[in-house]
Ligand binder design. Structure first.
Ligand code: C2E
Ligand code: CA
Ligand code: CA
Length: 458
């Protein structure tokens, strides 16, 4: 094959050189004398501090990694003094675009990183585009007009991510922008979504993301409620399930919850559902039918230091006793050893809310490992129930999971009960309660009230 063409797009020699340049040892913590920006080490410390701080704000952090295109040529043609003055002037432009509370870092040579809190990916991209436009303004060096440009990589901080890993994603996105010819932006995460299908998926996700934002602001969110029925036929609890409406139609949780989790929006959505669920519980109590409200909580919420704050706020605002609230968490969360999750689970227990292990059986945890857990309820995933009553193996599994769960002090609930013969098998297996279309579909609050009234008559 030819040595000249490089169809797979390996880094050009300029890029290779550029990486060498970057490998110059990092400066100490003193600010960079040419730009006044933080040095690389101080920048990493700032990233850690901002990450700790952003958890309590309503924002995500984005890292914008900028690399001046063809900067080596400036240095070669004009010398290092002129090169430094170009760097200083570009730094000034960056400073003029981003306000506080941001961190501005010079990573070395012609590379800069901006760390800034933003609302979402759209806002991060807008900020990066503004930077690109500003940097492109013509500049005079030794009476010659040059037109600088930059390659920019953007990475939004992911929940639980190490600062170094986060910055590295921004760096990789920048290299991707450079590989595509420079003078452009690249967003980390999008490189996985290439090709026609990928573009379509990315577009759909962006559309869902902006719908969720709009729904949060304009009241497009609703809770539906599905009863959980005890062996004796009493309503043991009600599960709150989120609904999102856009332009007259509903988006399924299976579509919007993953997007919300990926973008961090789940934190705000989750706070909303905690508050609305608690309010409904308070209304049920005021009507003389106190009922436990089960509310779904995602991992990202429990990883946030402000989780307990949101839980307290919901209990206080709704004026509902903690024992009427139960949090549904997937089983893997109970095995999560991260200190924030552990502390949040413990505090939630101490406040007096119940904890339920949701979708049990879909993860890989063994019930025995869950023994010192603080959960009071075990919800068997509906995949086990779907095979009932014919499949004797499923029946045996359900029966033994039920016995073990009960021996560990938990009430056992079967999910997704769709017909009478499944219910009969579950009663035989000894479950304490069941939930599913057989009893009722999730419904709006007024529907739930009617359903409860009809049952009370019987
Ligand atoms: P989940 O927590 O396992 O909720 C039960 C799901 O099973 C609900 O789907 C419910 O409508 C459905 N379901 C109930 N009975 C039956 C049945 O008999 N047969 C079948 N085939 N399905 C049944 P939904 O409402 O679409 O919610 C899907 C998932 O979205 C939930 O699964 C939960 O993981 C998540 N989700 C919903 N609301 C919230 C929320 O407020 N916060 C968070 N973090 N996640 C939520
Ligand atoms: Ca659930
Ligand atoms: Ca479930």
């Amino acid at each position: 094959s030819s040595a000249v063409s490089d169809p797979v797009g390996h880094p050009s020699s300029e890029e290779t050189l550029h990486r060498h340049f970057d490998a110059i040892p990092a400066a100490t913590s003193a600010p960079d004398p040419i730009t006044g920006f933080l040095s690389r080490n101080a920048g990493l410390q700032a990233a850690v501090a901002l990450m700790a701080d952003a958890g309590v704000r309503n924002a995500r952090l984005c890292a914008i990694w900028l690399d001046i295109d063809r900067f080596r040529r400036v240095n070669e043609s004009f010398g290092h003094v002129a090169g430094d003055s170009v760097i200083a002037r570009i730094a000034e432009r960056i400073r003029s675009i981003v306000g506080l509370p941001c961190a501005l870092v010079r990573m070395g040579g012609d590379e800069f990183v901006v760390l800034a809190p933003v609302r979402d990916r759209v806002a991060a991209t807008q900020l990066a585009r503004q930077l690109l436009v500003e940097i492109r303004l013509p500049l005079t060096v030794d009476e010659l007009l040059i037109r600088p440009s930059a390659s920019i990589g953007i990475a939004l901080e992911q929940v639980g991510e190490e600062p170094a890993a986060w910055l590295e994603r921004a760096d990789r996105a920048m290299l991707e922008a450079k590989r595509r010819g420079g003078n452009r932006l690249a967003l980390s995460g999008d490189e996985l979504l290439t090709g026609r299908l990928g573009v379509q998926l990315a577009r759909e996700e962006l559309a869902i993301e902006s719908t969720l934002h709009a729904a949060l602001e304009n009241g497009g969110l609703r809770l539906h409620f599905q009863p959980i029925v005890g062996r004796d036929g009493r309503v043991e609890a009600v599960e709150a399930l989120m609904r999102c409406y856009a332009g007259g139609h509903q988006i399924a949780p299976a579509r919007f919850i993953p997007v919300a989790e990926k973008t961090g929006l789940i934190i705000r959505l989750g706070e909303w559902s905690l508050l609305e669920g608690a309010r409904c519980a308070a209304r049920l109590r005021a009507r003389g039918t106190p009922t436990t409200m089960a509310i779904n909580v995602s991992r990202a919420q429990l990883l946030s230091p402000r989780f307990m704050h949101a839980l307290h706020a919901a209990l206080v605002c709704a004026d509902v006793p903690a024992r009427l609230i139960e949090l549904e968490l997937t089983e893997s969360l109970f095995l999560d050893l991260s200190p924030t999750v552990q502390a949040n689970l413990r505090s939630a227990r101490e406040v007096g809310v119940g904890l339920a292990i949701d979708d049990f059986g879909t993860g890989y945890s063994c019930l025995a490992n869950l023994k010192d857990l603080s959960a009071s309820k075990l919800k068997l995933d509906r995949s086990f129930i779907a095979a009932l009553p014919e499949d004797r193996r499923s029946f045996a599994v359900v029966k033994s999971m039920t016995r073990l769960g009960q021996e560990l002090g938990m009430a056992v609930v079967a999910e997704g009960v769709e017909n009478h013969s499944q219910l009969a098998a579950l009663t035989e297996a000894g479950v304490d309660a069941s939930q599913g279309f057989h009893h009722a579909r999730p419904m709006p609050e007024h529907g739930l009230l009617k359903w409860m009234a009809r049952r009370a008559e019987k």
